[in-house]
Ligand binder design. Structure first.
Ligand code: SF4
Length: 219
């Protein structure tokens, strides 16, 4: 499927470290700071090379994961599966040790989230997804070489389509689907959360196949 896209807008890719645009999420962060003053508890910045050809878009920081450590997908189960897969397919190098100072680097890839702040129960509200999209849109716009975008879950899929100015009906979310959107290829995957793997919605093999396809396409 080939779809024309609207223009992405160049804008700040990083929210203020005390961003107040989503009142509920700012309050939730403030509560987390009181409970866990040694945790990161701020909007989580993207990780990896802005000149990469691959962008991975997740949902939002997990409370015990990125919200605690400050690096996307670092410190919880979703990161264990994602980084093991990136290492297997050559999109990361080093050893993932679930810490931002583990020295692991991303290779030709970058990881971001549709929503930069941890939401209660991992469920951002539609208005919060819409508000934070400005940073996702700017992140894509600031990656001049990006060609492949892996979308982890329906929210990442839909928010990225909206950032690209594409109608949702033109590229429905289906695990394993590949959508050609202008100069980009979008790869849909169920989110690599513990819930999805525990319930069998996503197996390790299903997840590996998505990245095997990306690797084959990017060469
Ligand atoms: S989710 Fe995004 S827009 Fe909302 S407060 Fe956090 S950084 Fe700001």
């Amino acid at each position: 499927m080939t779809i024309s896209t609207s223009n992405l807008v160049a804008a700040p890719t990083r929210p203020d470290s005390n961003c107040q645009l989503c009142v509920r999420l700012a309050d939730f962060r403030a509560q987390a700071r009181k409970l866990h003053p040694d945790w990161f508890n701020s909007p989580v910045e993207s990780f990896g090379d802005p000149n990469a050809r691959l962008l991975i878009v997740g949902l939002a920081p997990g409370m015990q994961g990125a919200n605690r450590t400050g690096r996307p997908f670092t410190g919880d189960y979703a990161g264990d599966l994602l980084y093991a897969t990136l290492l297997e397919y050559g999109f990361a190098s080093g050893v993932y040790q679930a810490r931002p100072d583990d020295g692991m680097t991303l290779v030709d890839s970058r990881i971001s989230n549709a929503v930069r702040c941890v939401p209660p129960q991992n469920k951002p509200l539609p208005a919060e997804i819409n508000t934070c999209r400005q940073f996702l849109s700017a992140t894509i716009a600031a990656m001049p070489k990006v060609r492949a975008i892996v979308l982890l879950g329906r929210i990442a899929h839909e928010s990225t389509l909206k950032a690209l100015g594409v109608r949702l009906a033109a590229a429905p979310f289906v695990h394993g689907a590949v959508h050609s959107i202008g100069k980009y290829k979008l790869y849909d995957s169920y989110h690599c959360s513990r819930y999805n793997t525990n319930t069998g919605v996503l197996t390790t093999d299903m997840f590996r196949k998505v990245f095997a396809t990306v690797r084959k396409d990017l060469g």
